[in-house]
Design a protein around this ligand. Structure first.
Ligand code: M6R
Length: 609
């Protein structure tokens, strides 16, 4: 969703801001803008891509040593130039991520105080509120702090004023914001990837922090106004990690990065001879040893990872587990269990629904919390007692791919740890699982080699409007994930069902125009699945089967089969069966000509509820 970049330097900051915005494009946005202070405020805003903002800045020869920039994903007000950030009031300008819940009340108060509004946004109230206090104190930090104290909702804001041409003030609550530290130059951003070309030294602001940033100084104040030290982190990410390289799309690159991402994620485990709770934090043995149930809270693809884990946990660790859609959890009356492990799963670590669900779980007295997350120092990792970092590297494509398979890897490790703590693993089983994990990246590489076969299938999907995905058992959530991927990037309507449910309704949809994609591992349900497939064929449905090599389903005119190398892969099978579905949705989207990495209406990080 929205992105923020700001800079104060001795050099021209316009290229830094524009490159930062370009690096935030993946989050999803519909307009972009910047303000530079060069004598007075110089504002350029543009609907659409950062490239058009860049062209406008070049045409207007915008340059200066301090500025703030923003990509906006419309919430309050349409994606128009007048609604694009920065918003100005008097001589100051503001960029904002998040949502101000009391904006209507503030708007009428500010109108009463003589301010007029040029946009429909909630952000504009922040600009006027700061200006109101600035008129009194003539101090940008003081005015921002006072205004921030009146804001309800979530915000990360950056503020500049033409009266203070070497001063950048920022504040955050509920939305992430970090400070990038340079040499005689400093930066702010909502996401570290925006700053990687200029610095890897970052300081994450905490809830309620306000910071005053100059060329040579960074002063941070907590919500109570005390000057505080926030630790400096060196980002492990490098500027070229977020580059496309030889790939056509980030999604394609990220699908192919999965063997590497899994190797990195599993490194902590496969280098050992024994399963160890400490993979989840130094005090994990104590916390995990006390839990008697697991509740997962997650959204979208991360929710599907949670669903897979519920099967693993009940079967291998013998512990009750259930997965909740995070956006629903806090609005229903649930029965809290103080001994339950609350596991949030998130690629970004900043999904508002998941964060709110975690806070809700804690407010119900459930304090044994773990997050499985791809972003160190994200809101979710900081809000959880235990953490497991997936090492997928930056995921730029909106469709989650390598984040999903690495989440599954982390969840499988959690399953093994809980199984061991509960006395459910023999030493031989422990060795067997670790050996299987060691060979996973290679097996995944072999599955990736099936891409030409998957691509050939995709040609048949270009003119389809609907598709049905089937799976059974632990592969049902993989069918859900396949359907989500297809609809997300190819806009083909797709549904997923446990194959046994077909006859209870969805079979009515099956005819020759409905491709039925089926996951067919050679597990204990294969006989029943084959019967379900006969039900489809008997109604004229065309089958696309992704099968284990030894499953015994043969190709015929209306039955297309792609065989994974070798036989059944045991508990790790869902990870391997995911990859052909990712490739199918990618190639179907190419056939349809959609914007693969930035599908319409979607954002990478969903930071609003
Ligand atoms: O960053 P998160 O994992 O918390 O995001 C959750 C969902 O928004 C995300 O998985 C979404 O469903 C993806 N676009 C799916 O590809």
């Amino acid at each position: 969703m929205c992105g923020i970049v700001g800079a104060v330097a001795q050099r021209n900051v316009v290229p830094i801001l524009l490159e930062g915005l370009r690096r935030l494009e993946y989050r999803g946005y519909d307009s972009a803008g910047l303000v530079i202070i060069n004598g007075g405020l110089q504002r350029v805003r543009s609907i659409g891509r950062v490239a058009s903002l860049t062209a406008d800045c070049a045409a207007q020869q915008v340059h200066g040593h301090i500025g703030i920039a923003h990509t906006r994903w419309a919430t309050h007000g349409a994606p128009t130039e007048s609604n694009a950030h920065p918003h100005v009031s008097g001589g100051l300008a503001v960029v904002h991520n998040g949502i101000i819940e009391n904006h209507e009340e503030l708007r009428s108060r500010l109108k009463g105080a003589g301010f007029s509004f040029a946009s429909e946004t909630d952000t504009e109230v922040i600009a006027h509120l700061i200006e109101l206090y600035y008129r009194q104190s003539k101090d940008l930090l003081d005015a921002t702090r006072k205004a921030a104290a009146e804001l309800e909702g979530a915000y990360a804001i950056g503020v500049v004023s033409e009266d203070s041409p070497n001063r950048l003030v920022c504040a955050r609550k509920g939305s992430p914001l970090l400070i990038g530290l340079g040499i005689e130059e400093n930066f702010i951003a909502s996401d570290v990837s925006a700053l990687l070309p200029v610095t890897q030294r970052v300081m994450y602001l905490e809830e309620g922090d306000v910071a005053d940033i100059g060329l040579l100084s960074v002063n941070v104040f907590d919500a109570a106004g005390n000057k505080v030290d926030r630790s400096v982190h060196i980002s492990e990410l490098s500027a070229d990690m977020a580059e496309l390289g030889n790939y056509r799309h980030f999604m394609q690159k990220e699908i192919h990065e999965q063997p590497r991402a899994l190797t990195d994620t599993l490194l902590i485990a496969v280098a050992q001879d024994h399963i160890q709770p400490e993979w989840f934090g130094f005090d994990a043995a104590e916390i995990l040893g006390k839990v008697d149930a697991v509740t997962f809270l997650a959204c979208g693809t991360s929710f599907h990872a949670a669903k897979v884990a519920t099967y693993w946990l009940e079967e291998i660790a013998g512990i009750p587990a259930h997965a909740e859609v995070a956006s629903e959890y806090r609005y229903r009356t649930s029965v809290p269990n103080p001994n339950a492990l609350i596991v949030t799963i998130s690629q970004s670590g900043e999904t508002a629904d998941t964060l709110a669900a975690l806070n809700h779980a804690k407010s119900l007295g459930q304090d044994k919390t773990l997050t499985i997350c791809n972003v160190p120092e994200s809101a979710l990792t900081r809000a959880s007692r235990l953490k497991f970092l997936t090492r997928a590297g930056p995921e730029i494509g909106v469709a989650s791919t390598k984040a999903f398979t690495t989440q599954l890897a982390g969840l499988f490790l959690l399953t093994l740890v809980l199984a061991k703590l509960r006395g459910r693993l023999t030493p031989a089983q422990e060795v067997e699982h670790l050996t299987a994990l060691r060979s996973l990246p290679n097996k995944l590489q072999q599955v990736l080699a099936l891409e030409p076969e998957v691509e050939a299938w995709s040609h048949r999907f270009a003119n389809k409007n609907h598709a049905l995905f089937l799976g059974r058992g632990v592969h049902y959530p993989i069918a859900l994930e396949g359907a989500l991927k297809l609809k997300e990037i190819s806009y083909i309507h797709a549904e997923a069902y446990p194959a046994g449910e077909l006859k209870h309704g969805p079979l009515a949809l099956v005819d020759e125009d409905m491709p039925v994609i089926t996951i067919a591992p050679n597990d204990q349900l294969i006989g029943k699945l084959k019967s379900n497939l006969q039900e489809v064929r008997a109604r004229g449905g065309e089958l696309y089967v992704i099968a284990d090599g030894d499953v015994g389903i043969e190709e015929s005119e209306f039955v297309h089969v792609i065989k994974l190398p070798g036989g059944h892969n045991g508990a790790l099978s869902p990870i391997l069966h995911t990859v052909p579905l990712q490739m199918l949705s990618y190639h179907a989207a190419l056939q349809k000509g959609t914007d693969v990495d930035k599908p319409r209406n979607l954002a990478k990080s969903v930071t609003v509820e």
